[in-house]
Design a protein around this ligand. Structure first.
Ligand code: IMP
Ligand code: ZN
Length: 362
């Protein structure tokens, strides 16, 4: 089945990609690399959501079609955010379309194909993350089972040569949302730990969601349990200027293996991150479009590159951000003003770092 695109690549990363020569693009495509920070419901190709909307509309009273249509139109036309909070308002329309096991399975398949299929796959290995959601049609455990089933099916499908056999290409990170209450967070951690014990492809737990919400102290015990079970921990951290240094230190006390964004770390937090060599998941387009970073030149990636610190280049949410992993790498290689103007050797090193940061392959 052909890989579906999330729609056209647009904006900063598209300009960067268009500025490259064919041989530079081939170089980027040929680099082994891992996508470590992609949210399932933020990565569904818009064409798949349109199909799901058409199918749902035939079931009377099933979804609020008007709200979904207006959400889909926004995604099709390209979002323009004034600030990061507006970003989270995009998800209810998507969630309305992925609330049954069949729709979630379809969405998961399309995201696996988006990143891993085709003659020049976006990445060699994918750690896909998603927040278990209870809906009128499934429990949170069922949600995780559906996603894992698709990951297993994908890993076990015939390889490109038509031979059967397992290829370990994808794994799941279970996301906790900062807005979750204690009972729901506990349920999600219990699901992640029990799946791990059964040998399923859950490799880590993430903390995500609106950065202004939640009391992080409440999550300390859950992440201890996650670490005790041998799962990796990744935390969205210091995503906005409103995230306090106190909160950042609290999150660092959970001993995370990786950090998402880490945009506004103060000197004390940076010292810990450098000392413990905590891999930073860098999402260039996401930060620019959410306006937490003004220009590429101001991006904190430059600090980590200068310090020779492990980073992984990631897409975050290709659906609203209209990016791809290739175009995010193009932002590294493209000459200014389109990109950071790194050398091919420097980009190769970054790609290698993404593979070293995986929870599942180490
Ligand atoms: P899901 O976990 O598969 O449902 O993916 C969508 C969810 O990921 C959103 O509802 C947010 O909670 C979370 N998310 C996506 N992008 C970001 C981000 O940049 N910061 C924090 N949370 C995010
Ligand atoms: Zn994210």
């Amino acid at each position: 089945m052909p890989r579906e695109s999330t729609g056209s690549i647009a904006g900063y990363c598209s300009s960067a990609l268009n500025s490259l020569t064919p041989s530079q693009i081939t170089f980027l495509q040929s680099l082994p690399k891992a996508e470590l920070h992609a949210h399932l419901n933020g990565s569904i190709p818009v064409s798949v959501l349109q199909d799901l909307a058409r199918e749902s509309a035939t079931i009377p009273g099933n979804i609020d079609s008007e709200a979904v249509q207006s959400g889909l139109e926004k995604l099709l036309n390209g979002i323009e955010l004034r600030e990061i909070n507006e970003f989270f308002g995009l998800f209810p329309a998507i969630y309305a379309l992925t609330s049954t096991p069949a729709a979630l399975a379809r969405a998961t398949r399309s995201v696996l194909q988006l990143f891993l299929d085709g003659p020049t796959p976006e990445c060699t290995y994918l750690e896909l993350r998603s927040t278990p959601r209870a809906t009128p049609h499934m429990t949170r455990r069922k949600y995780v089972e559906v996603v894992l089933h698709e990951i297993d099916r994908f890993n076990c499908t015939a390889d490109g040569n038509g031979n059967g056999g397992t290829r370990e290409k994808a794994a799941l990170i279970v996301s906790l949302d900062r807005r979750m209450n204690a009972a729901v967070a506990k349920e999600c951690v219990d699901i992640a730990v029990s799946m791990r014990k059964k040998g399923r492809k859950v490799v880590g737990v993430d903390l995500c969601g609106d950065p202004m919400e939640g009391d992080m102290e409440e999550f300390a015990d859950y992440f201890r349990q996650v670490k005790d079970a041998g799962l990796g921990v990744t935390l969205h951290i210091a995503e906005t200027t409103s995230n306090t240094p106190r909160e950042t230190l609290q999150l660092l006390s959970f001993a995370p293996d990786r950090l998402g964004h880490a945009t506004f770390l103060d000197d004390e937090a940076k010292a810990i991150v450098l000392r413990d060599k905590i891999c930073i998941e860098i999402c260039l387009t996401s930060n620019l479009l959410c306006k937490t970073v003004t220009t590429l030149d101001d991006h904190h990636i430059r600090y980590y590159l200068k310090n020779n610190h492990p980073i992984a280049i990631c897409t975050d949410d290709p659906l609203p951000f209209r990016n791809s992993l290739l175009s995010e790498y193009a932002l590294l290689l493209a000459e200014r003003p389109f990109g950071l103007g790194l050398s091919e050797d420097e980009v190769r090193k970054v790609a290698r770092g993404s593979l070293m940061g995986c929870f599942g392959l180490n």
